[in-house]
Design a protein around this ligand. Structure first.
Ligand code: HEC
Length: 191
């Protein structure tokens, strides 16, 4: 009896601590942003565009140089590096995430997880602690992407084998063109 209540209290404390942490992040309407927040949103959008463009450019080059199967290795090693480089350049934290992950390292930050699970393809802006601004931008699947994220029988030759080797827990196949594939997330720190 006593232990049960100790456990229950511990659970309650943990839950309220988490609630407090998450309640520091609130979704906001872009119309209601103040001038300095608007500037942070501009930074977030510029960083997101830079990441998208750099990834796509390097991915296309890697596919041309090798093959789709060869480019899986590129995504594996270069995608996280590119994210770090772009983050540093813009002075932000950023990455890609999804409700169906290929790499568990791409799990969404806590403030973004509810929106990611809602699976509505729209942009979100969040106010975080210490004037941090959070930004989420949906990513839809394009024709190029189906080679590595499409239905299993439509993957480019050799891709399924590469995925099995590098991502045994892959959830990121079976998408069709136009589907919500995932999200870019960006955190811009306060001044
Ligand atoms: C050559 C194969 C390949 C192609 C083509 C490709 N991807 Fe990926 N994608 C990957 C791999 C491999 C990862 C895991 C990267 C990592 O380990 O961080 C990944 C990860 C992602 C992620 C991060 C979330 C997660 O599941 O880990 C998103 C979002 C994503 N891809 C979207 C796209 C979109 C959109 C396109 C088309 C523009 C695309 N991909 C084209 C192989 C590919």
């Amino acid at each position: 009896m006593r232990w049960t209540s100790v456990v229950a209290t511990a659970l309650l404390l943990t839950t309220s601590a988490c609630d407090r942490k998450n309640s520091q992040w609130q979704p906001v309407d872009t119309e209601s942003l103040e001038v300095n927040e608007r500037q942070r949103l501009d930074t977030a959008q510029a960083a997101q565009k830079d990441l998208g463009k750099t990834l796509k450019g390097e991915l296309t080059a890697a596919v041309k140089e090798t093959s789709f199967a060869g480019a899986v290795d590129f995504c594996h090693s270069r995608a996280p590096e590119i994210a770090n480089e772009v983050a540093e350049k813009h002075g932000v934290n950023l990455g890609r995430t999804s409700h169906r992950l290929r790499n568990a390292n791409n799990t969404p930050p806590a403030w973004a997880s509810d929106a990611v699970e809602r699976k509505e393809p729209k942009e979100y802006v969040f106010r975080g602690p210490d004037e941090t601004l959070g930004y989420l931008k949906p990513i839809k699947l394009g024709g190029l992407c189906t080679n590595c994220h499409g239905p299993k029988d439509q993957l480019a030759p050799g891709v399924a084998e590469q995925l099995e080797e590098k991502y045994p827990n892959d959830e990121a196949t079976g998408f069709a063109v136009g589907d919500l594939r995932g999200w870019f997330w960006v955190e811009v720190p306060g001044a």
